[in-house]
Design a protein around this ligand. Structure first.
Ligand code: PRX
Length: 655
């Protein structure tokens, strides 16, 4: 019988049995020991100030924190430049010849190793090019790129001249891109003709062209030639990177900016259809990501090869491919494509070839690799690996164990790291070499971070009980706001529990006080580690002429964590044709991007509603997960949801 059939007791027993003390040889050389928790607890602000002093400041700060909830100012009177912290200071320290990135393109053999000195020169050229295009400090620049070195260069060039970047994931549609450009008020877009994914050249410039039909404010577009595909260039507006950037001088005198100068805006899904522009500023963010990167990954910058296998279009890429590793002078792998491009062992070839020591990825990828079978990792030398990390969604104990046993040969500590776009960097995690780990638990707050698990009234719940995760003290990497919407910032994060940050996640402390994350408690879905709101997908569906109403839920899925399941009613003047479901899926892909395509769409005559007209998503989630229906007494007509349940079961039987 499967363990879960025994219910909670056996689960508890399993957790009891499965715990992994830090390997002693690892602890002997770890960057920290347990005293760091005591030190940070004693005076969290002093702890962060010590970390911040490791950055390079043009004007050192004299004040650490000013906190007027929900506005925090960290290191407020200091001045610095983010790109100097990522590049120039390493050159000054004589590290110019160290590799910053081993870039691996998806097509076999497409590769380039770029040193800190080379990256610095590229960034200087790009900064000069942006200046030539009239970009000045404070202007927003949108970046819509594949995973190529120029994407990092573009980000750092913006940071160098104080222009906040807004990177939009290359998998988003033209519409989604246009929404983000408009919201951020970006006047310059940096893109590429396309990129390689799943063996084909995708088109990015063509999406930019379509998006810009709605964005008259965009005056310049910089285009990297990646695939050589045919594209149209608008005279006067569009410039090729190799013509405008690569002809610029490779030196650039940077200017220092205030500690709270905006560094970037990253859009993420909330509970409404409109994505939120999460703002991060300079010094606090850099302090947070550099510190966590150094301590959570036990970084030894001289020897480690770090592979954060995420996309630069998401916050994980910003914090742990770009800013954290570069601040620390680390060497990273930057891989363009999907894990099975050129064979299901592609990842393990990269690990072997570059001697990757630290691998950081999402549970959804681990589960996919697990599904493919252990023969692929086993066929390659993984002895270089010494630490494994997980991020983006709760990791199920089976995936955790597979990661540990197969990928990490039972010797590498695993860090399950909880954080969010809004938190900037890692918040809850084990410390390798220090923390005993449990499969599926993120364990405890990082030093200098204070969290709690509370009930509806905001009271701490005892160990063993679930509740809402809150952060109780300000931290350096915290978002400073939602771009252009201060009210939504307060409403979303700060209203629920006065003075504390409401993360939107459920959590539980076990009997030993260790933290387990339980997933979102709002209408935000987590599909393959991508964050999407149910409202966003519903909005896309009702924009189709055939759809009258739509309700979307996130149903648990063995590979993607959650999958999107939609229930729609169609307009009276439309036929429910055979191809309609496919058409609707494609339509959602067109409006938001392929990641948002529902796994299934059920066309039903009605949706279950309460007497006040609210759609009961809770019951639809029961339907989507093939569970017994919950309480239906508040519905106008309980027969409706029963009918939907029958239809769903019949359609799954057909599959
Ligand atoms: O629900 C949590 C989940 O991902 C959400 C944040 O998503 P995003 O802003 O896109 O950032 C993802 C990368 C940091 C959280 O609210 N999440 C993230 N990491 C974990 C997690 N859930 C459980 N365990 C984690 N380690």
């Amino acid at each position: 019988m499967a363990p879960q059939d025994h219910g909670e007791d056996i689960e508890a027993l399993l957790h009891e049995l499965r715990r992994f003390a830090p390997p002693t040889d690892f602890s002997a050389h770890a960057n920290v020991d347990a005293s760091i928790y005591l030190e940070a607890d004693r005076d969290p602000e002093a702890f962060w100030a010590t970390q911040a002093r490791q950055l390079s400041w043009e004007t050192p700060f004299t004040t650490t924190l000013s906190w007027e909830p929900p506005q925090a100012t960290w290191f407020g009177d200091g001045r610095l430049n983010a790109s100097v912290n990522c590049l120039d200071r390493h050159l000054e320290a004589g590290l110019g010849s160290r590799v910053a990135y081993h870039w691996v393109g998806e097509p076999e053999g497409d590769r380039q190793s770029i040193t800190y000195a080379q990256l610095h020169a590229m960034v200087c050229q790009a900064a000069n090019a942006l200046t030539a295009l009239g970009v000045v400090a404070g202007d927003r620049v949108a970046i819509y790129m594949p995973m190529v070195p120029e994407a990092v260069v573009a980000m750092l060039a913006c940071a160098r001249i104080g222009a906040p970047h807004s990177v939009v994931f290359g998998g988003f549609s033209a519409d989604a891109l246009a929404d983000r450009i408009l919201d951020a008020g970006a006047e310059v877009v940096i893109t590429a003709d396309g990129g390689y994914r799943r063996g084909v050249a995708s088109g990015l410039k063509v999406q930019v062209d379509e998006a810009l039909e709605r964005c008259p404010g965009v005056r310049s577009v910089l285009v990297v030639r990646r695939t050589g595909q045919a594209i149209t260039m608008a005279e006067g507006r569009d410039h090729f990177w190799h013509e405008l950037v690569e002809t610029q001088p490779a030196t650039h005198v940077p200017q220092a900016f205030g500690a709270e100068h905006p560094l970037y805006v990253m859009y993420t899904s909330g509970t409404t259809a409109k994505p939120k522009g999460i703002l991060h500023t300079t010094a606090g963010y850099l302090t947070h990501v550099a510190t966590t990167h150094r301590l959570v990954f036990d970084l030894k910058a001289e020897t480690d090869v770090v592979w954060t296998a995420a996309d630069i279009g998401w916050v994980t890429g910003h914090s742990y491919i770009v800013y954290g590793p570069l601040c620390n002078g680390a060497t990273s792998v930057l891989y363009e494509g999907v894990p099975d491009a050129g064979g299901k062992d592609r990842w393990w070839r990269i690990v072997e070839e570059y001697g990757v020591t630290i691998l950081y990825t999402a549970p959804t990828t681990i589960r996919t690799l697990m599904k493919w079978g252990e023969e692929y990792p086993m066929a390659h030398d993984r002895s270089s690996l010494r630490l494994l990390g997980s991020v983006g969604e709760p990791i199920n104990p089976e995936a955790w164990m597979w990661y540990r046993r197969v990928v990490g040969e039972n010797r590498c500590p695993i860090v399950d790291t909880w954080w969010q776009t809004e938190t900037g960097g890692i918040m809850i995690t084990p410390l390798p070499g220090v923390t005993t780990t449990k499969p599926g638990a993120a364990m405890r707050a990082f030093p200098g971070i204070s969290v709690d698990v509370v009930d509806h009234e905001g009271r701490s719940v005892p160990n063993g009980e679930g509740g809402f995760l809150v952060v109780t003290k300000p931290w350096p990497g915290m978002t400073r706001g939602i771009w252009g919407d201060p009210e939504r910032f307060v409403d979303t994060y700060w209203r629920e529990f006065e003075g504390r940050y409401f993360a939107g996640d459920g959590a539980k402390r076990d009997d030993e006080g260790d933290l387990w994350l339980l997933g979102r408690v709002d209408d935000v879905m987590n599909v393959s580690g991508h964050r999407l709101s149910t409202a966003e997908v519903e909005h896309a569906l009702v924009a189709h002429p055939a759809v009258a109403e739509a309700a979307v839920v996130g149903a648990s899925d063995p590979t993607t964590g959650q999958a999107i399941v939609a229930f729609v009613t169609i307009r009276l003047d439309h036929e429910n044709s055979d191809g309609l479901v496919e058409e609707l899926r494609a339509h959602v892909g067109q409006v938001i991007g392929p990641i948002a395509k529902p796994r299934s769409i059920l066309i039903t005559p009605e949706l279950p509603k309460t007497r006040s007209g609210k759609i009961m998503r809770r019951l639809l989630r029961d339907v989507a997960e093939h569970r017994t229906l919950g309480d239906t007494t508040t519905l106008v007509d309980p027969a409706v949801v029963q009918m939907i349940d029958d239809m769903m079961r019949a359609s799954s039987d057909d599959e």
